[in-house]
Design a protein around this ligand. Structure first.
Ligand SMILES: C[S@@+](CC[C@H](N)C(=O)[O-])C[C@H]1O[C@@H](n2cnc3c(N)ncnc32)[C@H](O)[C@@H]1O
Length: 333
């Protein structure tokens, strides 16, 4: 089947699949503390439905799938989902991004089901700051989850950190030191305008440049060449082989090399985190007048149409930029 090539000649290989919009934390940059606009559960794709979409997508050259959310480990059948994706005729390279709270219980069964790698989000090493950032007193569960992931054999374990002005923006060196000691790969992510509370402020967000400045007195960082379509710009640490990454989506957008599509938990296909348009796949999947073959060919058509409609860039830096209505938690990061 044809590859998913857009009008800017970008071939799409990576599908981010959100399994739920619900989360066990309330990271302020992702959703407001009192957020209550949850998707009704009957609107979420069933496991059969999302496996069908992934199966069709792999026929079009998608070879990397990242499970995310919301918090993907809140999905009760997460282990089955991983096993079923791995059993597809063209199984994609599968990864998962989690807040880590349920990893202590799930790391071993997920590994047994075929998950190899995992990203755990952790913005601070300090219990009080964790509470301030997430509105939950659960940093201990994240540490236990990371230990369990290591014990289960998941590798690499990457840590995603967002630095927030006045809260944890002084913590870059400590996070990197900790990650190195623990054998984890750290990536800092610039805060993007995707919260539902409108707290993002370009003037105060912590930029890649500021992160590099705060690391410079403690570590020698040398840029790694050949970034490809990877979102993180990577740096070798202290002339060694270990690396740290910075995802500078705002100040150094990498849209020209973007190869990602996103499927929301309610079955809407997006060509960008910041898309204003979505393509409804759930409607196709639930159309009882269509045979399974017709459903698959319509999904195939909609995948191609969505890719062809993809814009050159996310537009965060355009004066006309409009933040998407869905917060990050409802798109899937
Ligand atoms: C939306 S979360 C979903 C998966 C899971 N609940 C977790 O915590 O990793 C995925 C990633 O998106 C990041 N994220 C959320 N909102 C963001 C924002 N406004 N800007 C940058 N990164 C964000 C989080 O830090 C996390 O690493």
């Amino acid at each position: 089947m044809s590859q998913l090539v857009d009008t800017f000649n970008r071939t799409h290989r990576d599908l981010r699949v959100s399994l739920t919009d619900r989360c066990s934390l309330r990271c302020t940059y992702c959703m407001p503390q009192d957020f209550d606009k949850w998707l009704p559960s009957h609107e979420l794709l069933t496991t059969d439905e999302l496996v069908t979409v992934i199966d069709v997508a792999t026929e079009h050259g998608i070879n990397q799938v990242r499970l995310t959310g919301g918090e993907p480990l809140l999905r009760p059948d997460i282990v089955d989902i991983v096993a079923r994706i791995n059993a597809l005729p063209n199984p994609p390279e599968l990864s998962l991004t989690t807040n880590g709270l349920r990893l202590a219980d799930l790391a071993a069964p997920l590994f047994a089901a075929g998950l190899v790698r995992v990203n755990v989000s952790l913005d601070t090493l300090d219990r009080d700051r964790f509470k301030t950032l997430t509105f939950r007193d659960r940093i201990g569960d994240v540490f236990k989850g990371i230990q369990a992931a290591r014990a289960a054999g998941l590798t690499p374990i990457k840590i995603n950190s967002v630095l927030m002005p006045g809260i944890n923006d002084d913590e870059a060196p400590a996070l990197l030191r900790w990650a190195l000691e623990e054998g984890l790969t750290l990536r800092f992510i610039e805060q993007m305008p995707l919260d539902a509370g409108g707290i993002w402020n370009r003037a105060t967000m912590v930029s890649a440049e500021q992160i590099l400045e705060s690391l410079a007195p403690h570590f020698k960082l040398t840029p790694v060449p050949a970034r490809g379509s990877a979102p993180a710009e990577e740096f070798y640490i202290n002339d060694g082989t270990l690396k740290v990454g910075i995802i500078a989506s705002v100040t150094q957008p990498f849209c020209g090399a973007c190869d990602r599509l996103r499927l929301t938990s309610d079955g809407q296909l997006r060509s960008c985190l910041f898309s204003q348009d979505e393509t409804d796949l759930r409607k196709v999947l639930r159309n009882r007048e269509l045979s399974i073959l017709d459903i698959r060919s319509e999904i195939s058509r909609r995948l191609q149409k969505t890719v062809l409609g993809k814009l050159a860039g996310h537009g965060i830096n355009d004066p006309s930029f409009i933040q998407p209505i869905r917060p990050m938690s409802a798109i899937g990061g």
